[in-house]
Design a binder for this molecule. Sequence first.
Ligand SMILES: Cc1ncc(COP(=O)(O)O)c(C=O)c1O
Length: 407
Amino acid sequence: MEPGRRALESAVGPVPHEQDAIRRIEDACQVPTYAKWPIALVRGEGCWVWDAAGTRYLDLYGGHAVALTGHCHPRVVDAIRAQAGRLLFFSNVVYSDVRAAAVEALASIAPEGLRRVFLCNSGSEANETALKIARKHTGRMRVVSMREGFHGRTLGALAATGIPSYRDAAYPLPTQHTYIPYGDEAALEEALADDVAAVLLEPIPSMGGIHVAEPAYFQALRRGCDAHGALLIFDEVQTGFGRTGTMWFGEHVGVTPDLITGAKGIASGVPAGVTFVREDLAAAVQVGEQGTTFGGGPLASAAIAATVRCLVDEGLPGNAATVGARLTTALEAIKGVVRVQGRGLLLGIDLDRPAKPVVKALFDGGVLTGTGGNPNQVRLLPPLTLSEEEALGWLPLLERTLAAPGG
Ligand SMILES: Cc1ncc(COP(=O)(O)O)c(C=O)c1O
């Protein structure tokens, strides 16, 4: 038995071992909201995960973009272990040494002018916070967001989510939203007016199908928001913290938004979210206006501080840029690949056929990838620690899959 499980069982009692038993119990006890791969993962290291039957998978999905520093990065694990033995939790009514370390680390990587942070627990909550700040600052209600955008499942974040299939079950939604096609300057110009509190967008839509607008679009966004007194919010839950090859997407296009939201890999797997706030907006927030019990808790803070250290010390944004570019070139040489969209290690592989059967064949071959709003696109969101060898090593499997009859 692996030592980790022995230690776990000595604390919590027996946990199920067999893959089928694990699946049966979860299916019987959970609200059936997730379509799951038919495996139970029990261990992870770097870009690799192992299921309960001992099969190893290359994780190009990054636990849904969360395993930013790879699975169980030793520095992050050490930080969590050390903090768990000191103080598991106390809320924001007291100061905390490890929270101080986390917010200082976040401020050190934030874009100039956005060095105030609000810590929370998820991407949805980070977006709700940004929207609340925008509504209060402008005194306006209307928010412009993108048809392809995804911003979370809470009612406010869902209202900003343009992809209809996510919103359908929750109508009517509470806030006034205008949805426009991403990248369309004319639609943006038409939607912007003096009653708009904010424009909220993923700089690269991910769930809605990965594609990247021209730099001029982002410059038009900035100009348009300024002209109408609206705030510009970048949801960098997927694109942030180095995934696109720079710490923040705005660096690619020379645009700084007024607020940035982050979550996913910010704590390498411990639940955490953050809203980076322009300093004058932060100064106007009153005591009691925002709050959340667990935000900035000691365990999450330790994981955030360690994650930021890994990103900076190991040059992970630079690795994402280099490995992502190399992988893109290699993918585009494969028959059946039409083109690769995205940046860094947020990549959409556009195929000449539906992506789902290809994703299934890759899974059967031991490689985890994903799909999204574009039915012909395979999505990759791997750890930023991905080596060139790992990035290229699975391509013969993809090539064989695309060459197979009916593949
Ligand atoms: C771009 C984006 N924003 C927000 C969210 C919501 O984050 P969470 O699930 O942590 O609430 C997600 C989740 O997938 C996301 O991809």
